[in-house]
Design a protein around this ligand. Structure first.
Ligand SMILES: CC(C)(COP(=O)(O)OP(=O)(O)OC[C@H]1O[C@@H](n2cnc3c(N)ncnc32)[C@H](O)[C@@H]1OP(=O)(O)O)[C@@H](O)C(=O)NCCC(=O)NCCS
Length: 136
């Protein structure tokens, strides 16, 4: 059974494998845990029987006006079961006290986000690929 939690208290790095698919220099599981703990908001999907995290979403916010959702991922074996939508819905509800909630995505993912009320927008971004596995 998949359960959802916003707490990392029970989570260990060993339960965080299989994420950052396709990233050439992915963060380690330990760094992933630091990312989760450093986020203002997070939600995890956990497979209780397998004792592992199978999906996560994070957000950073100023707590006044705006928030940004940098990461959302469901590990491949668990995709297509509504887990990503559930994580997104929960996060958007939690952030609904704010004026603006932004994220960046590829055009083909817009149809994933639009049922939750998100609309296409133009953005800009910079990436320091040498730091893809995380700041020390
Ligand atoms: C995007 C992602 C989080 C979706 O998670 P998921 O648990 O498979 O999503 P759901 O099962 O809730 O899918 C909900 C709907 O979105 C659609 N959808 C899911 N992934 C999609 C994708 N990559 N592109 C387009 N549509 C997608 C599904 O077909 C489904 O539509 P339906 O309800 O009509 O069947 C997952 O595919 C993933 O982790 N991808 C790699 C990381 C990524 O791209 N993250 C987003 C960063 S912007």
């Amino acid at each position: 059974m998949i359960t959802y939690t916003e707490s990392t208290h029970e989570v260990t790095a060993q339960q965080l494998h299989g994420f950052f698919v396709g990233w050439p220099i992915p963060p380690s599981a330990e760094t992933h845990l630091r990312i989760l703990r450093g986020s203002d908001f997070l939600e995890l999907a956990v497979d209780d029987e397998a004792h592992k995290v199978v999906g996560f979403i994070t957000a950073t916010t100023d707590g006044v006006l705006s928030a940004y959702i940098p990461l959302l991922e469901v590990i491949p074996d668990y995709r297509g079961r509504g887990i990503g939508s559930e994580l997104l819905r929960t996060m958007l509800t939690r952030l609904s006290y704010l004026y603006m909630v932004d994220l960046l995505c590829e055009p083909e993912l817009q149809s994933f986000y639009s049922p939750e009320g998100m609309r296409p927008a133009v953005g800009m971004a910079i990436r320091h690929y040498g730091r893809q596995s995380g700041a020390v």
